[in-house]
Write a protein that binds this ligand. Structure first.
Ligand code: PSU
Ligand code: MN
Length: 302
């Protein structure tokens, strides 16, 4: 396995020296945002991690190798090439064996981060239980991943295109701690309040780091999810965005969009029907997650 891992020198040294390395995913680059905002955001996120005292590690699979840390050309490639699939846990073996390119989802990024020895990861929204899952069975592999992989993930909640109460029920069943960062609720991605309670509220990065430390000391091999609401000045109006989400869901159904294509379809549809506003909020919330995740990592290694 280790011969399929390509880790930059900076990141290798940081991991060996117990420095706060923060993983960043690539699905958001290849399938979550349009060009050029996707690569601008990727660069901005890396800078945000650095500004907060961390070392960024953007993760992607290129020509069958897991890259931990991307250079400018690799980032550009991930942001522009059409020859990039979307890999979650089940896809990684085939992508490596066939030497293909793939953007890593939350589940795949967690796996690759853990392989490299990275314990912290900032994303935008976590996959979850989709609305209508009682019929479609569409539940993101992201949730299961927390059972197997000891990484702390900071997200802005489950997107409202998902069923947030069911997503929280599912996490409870899996035995995964979900922490609200300065909130009692699981945030709703585009807006702050979902009305769905989290089991634990933490007031700062130290508290979150302590819970993760305790989990690892217990010998748990599982991860932890932190919900960090988008900052108030960037949140979208709940009723307006919910109406647009319904519209996008309706389109997806009409066009028969299924499986892995659902989340990218809904994201780009929302971009279109909000005139780009959904993207602005998306960028701001990942920025915030990168900052908070780095603070937690810094506290953990203090
Ligand atoms: N949320 C976003 N943008 C994204 C995703 C989630 O705001 O691009 C991606 C993440 O990589 C997540 C994946 O892991 O979508 C979930 O896909 P699915 O629902 O097919 O499991
Ligand atoms: Mn799915």
């Amino acid at each position: 396995m280790i011969n399929k891992l390509v880790i930059t020198e900076e990141i290798k040294e940081a991991i060996a020296g117990n420095k706060p390395v923060v993983a960043l995913e690539s699905t958001i680059i290849s399938h979550g945002m349009p060009y050029p905002q996707n690569i601008e955001t990727a660069a901005m996120l890396e800078q945000t991690v650095r500004d907060n005292g961390g070392i960024p590690a953007t993760i992607a699979i290129i020509k069958g190798k897991i890259h931990i840390g991307l250079n400018k050309d690799e980032l550009e490639f991930m942001g522009t090439s059409k020859d990039i699939s979307k890999a979650s846990r089940r896809d990684i073996p085939a992508v490596l064996a066939q030497k293909r390119n793939a953007a890593t989802t939350v589940s795949a990024t967690m796996i690759c981060a853990a392989l490299a020895g990275i314990k912290f990861f900032a994303t935008g929204g976590i996959g979850g239980v989709h609305r209508g899952a009682s019929e479609t069975f569409d539940i993101s592999a992201d949730l299961q991943e927390f059972v197997h992989t000891p990484v702390l993930v900071v997200c802005a909640g489950a997107k409202a295109i998902l069923d947030i109460p069911l997503t929280m029920e599912y996490m409870e069943t899996l035995g995964i701690p979900v922490l609200g960062y300065k909130t009692d609720e699981m945030p709703a991605f585009y807006y702050r309040s979902s009305g769905v309670k989290v089991p634990l509220r933490v007031e700062n990065a130290d508290e979150a780091a302590q819970v993760f430390k305790q989990s690892l000391e217990l010998g748990y091999k599982s991860g932890i999810l932190v919900g960090n609401p988008v900052e108030q000045q960037f949140e979208m109006n709940k009723n307006e965005i919910e109406a647009k989400i319904d519209e996008a869901l309706c389109d997806a159904k009409k066009q028969g969009v299924k499986g892995q294509a659902v989340t990218p379809f809904l994201l780009s549809k929302l971009y279109e029907i909000t005139g780009g506003d959904s993207l602005k909020t998306n960028i701001e919330l990942v920025r915030n997650n990168a900052a908070v995740c780095t603070k937690i990592a810094v506290s953990f290694y203090k």
